[in-house]
Design a protein around this ligand. Structure first.
Ligand code: OGA
Ligand code: MN
Length: 230
């Protein structure tokens, strides 16, 4: 657990309001440019979306409803014993409980192996425990970059129970940003520059608007696999 807390300790202060997407009023969508009709990704410039498309993937419906239920059966009893944390103002995450798990039942292990073979090159050294974050409906994850000390070049996460929006903002150029629609049961993968040079965050319910469309946030569980630093 200590490692996972360390993973998140690099909190980034909200960027100033110069072309930053969080400063768009709802409905002000003129800066949002879809990459492809179906791509659940919009950004500040089409060139940026294009450039990052090899480093940011969202696979819609990566798992089935039955597979989502298998994770719930395995995770919910343990999670329910914990309280959601709301009061640590300096935490990178607000309104959450978390756990990590090294060994899984057969059904979940099979799904996780599919995640691993999709996201990581064969033979990659992975972080042993899988990280699980349970965000309350009112919970959110503030902009941060995962610790380079503990995590390698690739982060892969399954989203359970709720759609959500992940926002990437270039650390040294906050006008450069990308929003990903993480639909329920999708898999996202962040690699290389998208992982090292952009902060990522999960928007709170009130801000959860994708390309002008409201995306209500419910309780959301993420199951995250990472590799080790090279
Ligand atoms: C993290 C993180 C995103 C998610 O734990 O570092 O960014 O999908 N999580 O929960
Ligand atoms: Mn992170």
């Amino acid at each position: 657990m200590k490692v996972l807390l360390a993973v998140l300790k690099q909190i980034h202060k909200p960027a100033l309001c110069t072309g930053n997407p969080r400063c768009l009023s709802s409905g002000a969508t003129s800066g949002l440019l879809p990459f492809r009709d179906e791509a659940p990704m919009v950004g500040s410039r089409p060139e940026l979306v294009q450039k990052l498309s090899s480093q940011v993937e969202v696979r819609t419906d990566f798992i089935t409803e039955e597979e989502e239920a298998a994770f719930l059966r395995e995770l919910d009893p343990g999670l329910k014993k914990k309280r959601y944390e709301f009061d640590h103002w300096d935490d990178a995450i607000h309104g959450y409980r978390e756990t990590e798990r090294l060994t899984w039942g057969a059904a979940c292990e099979e799904i996780l192996n599919r995640v691993r073979s999709t996201a990581f090159p064969e033979g990659s050294q992975l972080l042993g425990p899988v990280h699980v974050i349970d965000l309350d409906k009112t919970g959110y994850i503030k902009p941060h970059i995962d610790s380079v000390k503990f995590c390698g070049s690739t982060i892969a996460g399954l989203s359970l129970l709720s759609d959500s929006i992940m926002r990437l903002v270039k650390e040294d150029t906050p006008s450069e940003w990308l929003d990903l629609l993480l639909s329920r049961r999708s898999l996202y993968i962040l690699r290389d520059q998208a992982r090292y040079q952009f902060t990522h965050e999960i928007l709170k319910d009130e801000e959860s608007v994708f390309n002008g469309q409201r995306v209500p946030r419910q309780r959301r569980i993420s199951v995250i696999c990472r590799n080790l630093p090279g």
